[in-house]
Each structure stands twice: as structure tokens, then as C-alpha cells.
Design a protein around this ligand. Structure first.
Ligand SMILES: [Mn+2]
Length: 486
């Protein structure tokens, strides 16, 4: 980021792949803009650190630090994207969807957006640099804003669901603040991965119960068509309405356990390249899995972490979605209630916050077009804000991954080819040709050295046989004497 700079520049960082370290190639599209925009573009300009009192005399009306002032996500600037700031462009927008009238057990996720914002206050306390991902999303040049909440009625689910779709769509189709940039290897301009040919900003939605994903996917479809979904949840959420006691009305059939079933019926989900993670729910019967298959999902059970670990889980996810554009939906109940108790339908036996964060970082390089976190119901949280803090930290990883990967591909190439050329890659991928040749060479050299050593040992061994026997005997003698004296 260049403050006050007059010319747009592209800074690209390559992390050269090492044979020892798992993280491979990464590219960051960092774009700087004219200085007059920097005060609204740079979140950290907005943040005043603790004890740096800014009044009087600094044109500020109040002291502002991470623990004071109006709470937005990570203390990002508040932009009234659906109100008076309708024309303000951005690259990533946080937006709340305070809807919880589709829950089957504990209500309360309507307070999720406010709770997650409270849990996110200290994200920029030390500046916000993500050590494992080697990026500071808040200083990546992207314009990241908090758009507040979509107005959602608590009295009419059908109307509320339409409000969420319209609100999301309005943000998704706003022009971006930053250009897409160039391919880090060829220098050629990237083109959007959308089906309408436009470069769309990314929207991170703060739920709300999981029902909101149906209107969110309807919005996503308008830009990307049927989308691959990565879904972290203890529950399938592809259930038929009959599992929830049938559907006394069309509206009752749409709830936080059935929205993926309906999304699949509407053709919003790319069949076969979508996957659940952290599944551990009980079922109405094995038919639920058959129905889940038909809805287009692969599954990773929560318990698989004990056998294949986070690396194995990352590998499964990456193999399933490939380099297709992907929508990421995170139910906070994918995390164990020990770490995130404040949720609508808690299930024990889940992943730790650390494990989910590691898995999310493993998505580095994927084209995540938008994301959400849902089912945070702060009323059930501890006084230590465990759940809202976990939700905020999880989104920080998502934001970091987004900041590293432009939503673009090279013209004429499919997204798979493009991604291997220009996008950051993570822990799991096949070696390049050069690495393959190097590995073969290393094996050959190792084999020659070992052969030589074995020959040496054989030669000396035959010469020393007599001495070694003698040595062995005297050692036995010494030990028996020592035993005798003890
Ligand atoms: Mn869910």
C-alpha cells in the first residue's frame, strides 16, 4: 500500500516452493491507489491504538481504540452500502443478515452479526499480519468495509429471505474498488471467473441462521451460475422437509436444515464438486446420506481428523473443488461446543478452533467468491466471548485467503490451468516436472552412496570379524563382573 502515491502499481510476491516446506507458490495482487482515497481505503488509518488518545486537536470527536467507539467488524470503516453510500465501491464487504426464524432448536442467531463484530474488535490490535499465510489482509490494498446489516423482517420468512437475496445481490453487483490486476507469472491481465464476465467484489455475510444461504446462493448464481460449495457444519443441511416433521406450508419447508436441499433442487449448486466438512450429526436413517449424495455433496466426517489429520482433510477438499469458483459457508457448530458453545444446534465431537483455522488456511489459492459464517447465537456464549471470538478469527483466515488470491484467470485458459499458473497454492498438490526430476536425481545419488557404503562395510567387516568377537567377549566379561559387584 502506498499512501499518497499517484500511480497505481501492482506488487506481486512469490513464495518459492521448497521441498521441505509445505507451502508452495503464492501470488498476491496488491494494488495501490491515489492518495485521496487512502483514508477510506485503509482500515488501519481508521484504527487508533490503545492509549493514543486522539482528542482534542486531531479533528476527531472522540477517542477511538479497539475497545471504544462504534463496533464494526475488525474496526473497519462503516459504509452504508445499502443506504446513502449506494455508489461507494469496495473489494470485500462484511454484511450482517440478522435472521433466525428458520431454526429448529435454539433461536438467537439474529444477534449473530452484532456478536461477531464484538468478538472481532481486537483483530487489528497488533496490526493484523497473518504469520502462516504471510499476508496482512488489512494492508493488502483491498478496500474492505463493513456495510452494516441487511434490513430483515422477523415477522415474515418469505419476505425476509427475499430481502437477504436482494441485499446481497446489490453488494455483489457493485463495481470493485481495485482492478483485477495481472497474472503474477506472465504479466498478462486476468479476466474474471464469473459467468457474466464482470469482476465482482466479495461479500462475507454474518448470519443469521443457516437458512440465509438459500437466498445467498440465489444471489451468487446471478454472477457465477451453479457454484461449488465448501460447507463446514456438523449437520448435512440437505435434509428433505419430511425430516423436520413435514411441511405444513411451503414456507415451513424452507429452514436451516433444508436450504441446501432446495438450493440443489433449484440448480444453484455444482453437483459433484461440493463438499461438507466436520459432519457428525445423527440421521433419520442412512437414506439421508443418499439424499445428500443426490444434492451434489461429498462428505468429510468430523472424526476423520483422527485418522487423516488436517492435511488429509485439506487434500480431500482441494481434490473435490479443484480450481473452480467456490462459495464457502461456515456453520460455527463445525467447531466443538467446548470452543464455540453459543450456537443453535450444538454437537459434541467437533473440531477445535485451531483445527478449523488450519483447514481454512489450507484453502489458500482457491477462488473463494464469497463466504458466510452462520448460527452464532451470542446469548449462549460464555462471558469470555469464546464463540464470537472464534467466529471472528475464522473469518480473519477467510479474509486472508481472499486477500492473497485474485478472482481471476488468464483469458483462453480454464480456471484450473490459470490457478496453477497464478494462484497461491497450499499444502497439497502434485510436484512440478522440475521437482520430479530433482527427486529422481536425489534418489539415484542416495542409492550410489549407500551401495558404496555397504561395500566398504563388507570389506572392513571381513577383516575385523575376529577382533569384534574378542571385543564382544571382553564386554560380556566386564558386565558380569559389574553385576557381581552390585
Ligand atoms: Mn448448518
Amino acid at each position: 500500500m502506498v499512501e499518497g502515491g499517484g500511480i497505481s502499481t501492482h506488487l506481486v510476491r512469490l513464495h518459492v516452493r521448497s521441498l521441505q516446506k509445505p507451502i508452495a507458490l503464492a501470488s498476491i495482487s496488491v494494488v495501490a491507489h491515489d492518495g485521496h482515497d487512502h483514508d477510506i481505503q485503509m482500515p488501519l488509518d481508521y484504527v487508533k491504538y490503545p492509549y493514543q488518545a486522539v482528542y482534542p486537536g486531531d479533528n476527531e470527536v472522540t477517542a477511538d481504540s479497539i475497545f471504544s467507539g462504534i463496533t464494526t467488524f475488525a474496526k473497519l470503516p462503516w459504509v452504508q452500502c445499502l443506504g446513502k453510500d449506494k455508489t461507494t465501491p469496495f473489494d470485500v464487504a462484511f454484511i450482517g443478515a440478522p435472521f433466525d426464524t428458520g431454526t429448529s432448536y435454539r433461536p438467537g442467531a439474529r444477534f449473530g452479526p452484532a456478536g461477531i463484530r464484538a468478538g472481532s474488535r481486537r483483530l487489528t490490535l497488533y496490526g493484523g499480519y497473518n504469520v502462516p499465510l504471510e499476508v496482512n489482509p488489512f494492508r493488502s490494498g483491498l478496500k474492505i468495509v463493513d456495510c452494516g446489516d441487511i434490513p430483515v423482517t422477523p415477522y415474515d420468512n418469505k419476505y425476509a429471505i427475499k430481502q437477504i437475496e436482494d441485499g446481497h445481490k446489490e453488494l455483489l453487483h457493485r463495481p470493485t474498488f481495485s482492478p483485477l490486476g495481472n497474472d503474477s507469472l506472465t504479466g498478462k491481465p486476468l479476466v474474471p471467473v464469473s459467468i457474466d464476465g464482470k469482476h465482482h467484489p466479495r461479500v462475507i455475510t454474518l448470519g443469521g441462521d443457516h437458512t440465509i444461504v438459500l437466498p445467498l446462493l440465489r444471489s451468487i448464481y446471478s454472477a457465477y451460475g451453479a457454484i461449488s460449495v465448501i460447507h463446514f457444519d456438523s449437520h448435512l443441511d440437505t435434509w428433505k422437509p419430511s425430516v423436520f416433521g413435514g411441511a405444513p406450508s411451503d414456507q415451513a419447508a424452507i429452514n436451516h436444515g433444508t436450504y441446501f436441499y432446495w438450493a440443489s433442487q433449484e440448480g444453484l449448486i455444482a453437483n459433484g464438486s461440493s463438499i461438507h466438512g466436520a459432519i457428525r450429526t445423527t440421521l433419520s436413517g442412512p437414506a439421508d446420506y443418499a439424499n445428500d449424495d443426490a444434492s451434489g455433496f461429498q462428505r468429510i466426517e468430523a472424526r476423520e481428523i483422527d485418522t487423516i489429520g488436517t492435511d488429509g482433510i485439506i487434500k480431500k477438499i482441494r481434490e473435490t473443488v479443484g480450481d473452480l469458483p467456490v462459495y464457502l459457508s461456515i456453520d460455527i457448530d463445525s467447531i466443538d461446543p467446548a470452543f464455540a458453545p453459543a450456537t443453535g444446534t450444538p454437537e459434541t465431537g467437533g473440531w477445535s478452533t485451531r483445527e478449523l483455522r488450519t483447514i481454512l488456511r489450507g484453502l489458500d489459492g482457491l477462488h473463494i467468491v464469497s463466504a458466510d459464517i452462520v448460527e452464532v447465537a451470542p446469548a449462549y456464549d460464555t462471558n469470555a466471548e469464546l464463540t464470537t471470538m472464534a467466529a471472528a478469527d475464522v473469518l480473519y483466515e477467510v479474509l486472508s485467503v481472499m486477500a492473497k488470491t485474485p478472482l481471476g484467470k488468464l483469458e483462453g485458459l480454464n480456471s484450473a490451468q490459470t490457478s496453477s499458473r497464478c494462484s497461491p497454492r497450499s499444502t497439497v498438490q502434485s510436484p512440478t516436472r522440475e521437482e520430479h526430476v530433482l527427486t529422481l536425481l536425489l534418489r539415484l545419488v542416495t542409492w550410489i552412496v549407500l551401495r558404496a557404503l555397504i561395500l566398504e562395510i563388507k570389506t572392513f567387516g571381513s577383516l575385523l570379524t575376529y577382533d569384534r568377537t574378542e571385543t564382544s567377549r571382553s564386554f560380556e566379561l566386564a558386565r558380569s563382573q559389574a553385576d557381581f559387584h552390585m
